[in-house]
Design a protein around this ligand. Structure first.
Ligand SMILES: N[C@@H](CCC(=O)N[C@@H](CS)C(=O)NCC(=O)O)C(=O)O
Length: 207
């Protein structure tokens, strides 16, 4: 088994969290290297594409969150072997990237511009994406996004849903998901209550 070191910001969410969860669920040993915001500028130029997460595999540093998710998903048994199920898994993960990037682009905006951009996003793209995630979930059987079992796609969507419902995103109603796509709330609860996921957060709390 390769030696793995996952590097990402020191919080329980974002682009690095699905890989941390997948590795834990799969029982795969890895170094969970957490970077404080103040240390990021010094590290930035050392990453392949000036961003995190990165994954070091036996000394080779690679990046791009969904590529990392697929790789660790394969190691952890959380990525479909069937090509079409893998496609469904990938489609959802890429769509989470699209919408997360749109949200992230509003973070540094001045207050008035942020309010306008987020209101437009909430009524437009975000609602559309949530409805479509719910439709994909229903199409895949209603419980998981692919393969009728937990995959890295479920972990990635669950992190998005937790972010949207957390209340940290001003001007995006924190009940938007509950209103527009209630099945995604049920899905989030299913994922977060998965025994290995629940165990992961119990350990984080105790750490
Ligand atoms: N396409 C990349 C995007 C990576 C990305 O933008 N990461 C953010 C953190 S979630 C980052 O490193 N931001 C710091 C910066 O851009 O300086 C991926 O999916 O990994």
């Amino acid at each position: 088994m390769a030696t793995l070191k996952l590097t990402y910001f020191d919080f329980d969410g974002g682009r690095g969290e699905p890989a941390r969860l997948a590795l834990h669920v799969g029982g795969i040993a890895f170094e969970d290297h957490r970077i404080a915001g103040k240390d990021w500028p010094a590290l930035r130029d050392k990453t392949p594409f000036l961003a995190m997460p990165t994954l070091e595999v036996d000394g080779l540093v690679v990046s791009q969150s969904n590529s990392i998710n697929r790789y660790v998903g394969k190691l952890s048994g959380l990525y479909p072997k069937d090509d079409l199920q893998a496609f469904l898994c990938d489609e959802v993960m890429e769509a989470v990237e699209d919408i997360s990037t749109r949200i992230a682009q509003t973070i540094g905006l001045p207050e008035d511009a942020k309010k306008e951009a987020r209101a437009e996003l909430a009524a437009g793209h975000l609602t559309r994406y949530l409805e479509q995630f719910q439709a994909r979930l229903k199409g895949a059987g209603g419980e998981y996004f692919a393969d009728r079992r937990l995959t890295v796609a479920d972990l990635k969507v669950a992190m998005l849903i937790r972010w949207l419902r957390s209340g940290v995103l001003d001007h995006i109603p924190k009940d938007l998901v509950d209103t527009v796509a209630p099945q995604l709330v049920k899905h989030f609860e299913r994922v977060i209550n998965h025994p290995k996921v629940a165990e992961y957060y119990q350990r984080r709390k105790a750490a």
